[in-house]
Design a protein around this ligand. Structure first.
Ligand SMILES: [Zn+2]
Length: 234
């Protein structure tokens, strides 16, 4: 919380140093390193000298929220001792980007690619065809919305008020009862000039933006054009 209260009052060198201290341990294991140098009587340990403090918000989200994913996927394979019996955490909620490109950001419900249960799926471990895949969405879901065609260099923009506010997901439990999980749009990470701005949607429906390059939050943003990455919440 102390860190947050600092960033809302504007960005300083200290802000970036603190940010690096938080993110570096998370990124350390996956950053690009020098190749190990091995010659006669000479072994040099690889050292990384460069840290690029810039990344896509979805990549960061995937690293930070591995244990709080959008979907918990439970796989059951009837083959004895098969490794196909597992639970997988899915951080980014799957949607069909071709649908979003065709119908726009207001078509998110239509673009959802979610089946809460699929029977008789192939199993990559035992090569059987009797795997059951059950997916249960978490209390919040995260959707990447950096949408572009292969020809486009910039992602698609939209106005915050044009984003779909609610999303409903039919979830079938193990007793075959259907529950409808309803999600409310609660925030958008918008990208501009190598920089992210947080747009939060209040329960009242009002939008407010938080930008660490400005001193104060801005509440005149519902008609703002943004490059969005959406997040829905219960
Ligand atoms: Zn199997």
């Amino acid at each position: 919380m102390r860190y947050r209260s600092k960033i809302v009052s504007g960005s300083t060198a200290d802000t970036y140093e603190r940010r690096l201290n938080i993110l570096y341990p998370i990124y350390k294991n996956t950053e690009i390193k020098q190749k190990k140098i091995e010659k006669e009587n000479h072994i040099a340990l690889p050292i990384s000298r460069t840290i690029i403090c810039q990344d896509n918000v979805s990549s960061l989200w995937t690293r930070l929220f591995t244990n709080e994913p959008s979907i918990f996927e439970k796989n059951s394979c009837p083959t004895r001792n098969c490794k196909g019996n597992n639970i997988i955490n899915i951080t980014n909620f799957p949607i069909n980007y071709a649908t979003v490109i065709k119908y726009g950001f207001s078509s998110l419900q239509k673009a959802v690619e979610f089946d809460s249960v699929i029977y008789n799926m192939p199993c990559k471990y035992c090569h059987g065809k009797k795997r059951t895949r059950r997916q249960k969405p978490n209390v919040y879901i995260y959707i990447e919305l950096d949408v572009k065609t292969p020809e486009e260099t910039m992602g698609r923009k939209c106005k915050l008020r044009d984003l779909q506010t609610y999303l409903t997901l039919p979830v079938i439990d193990e007793d075959d009862n259907v529950h409808h999980f309803r999600y409310r749009l609660s925030g958008v990470a918008g990208y501009t000039n190598n920089h992210y701005i947080a747009y939060c949607r209040r329960l009242s429906g009002a939008w407010i933006s938080y930008d660490d390059t400005t001193k104060k939050p801005n509440s005149e943003v519902s008609s703002c054009e943004v490059l969005p990455h959406g997040k829905f919440k219960d």
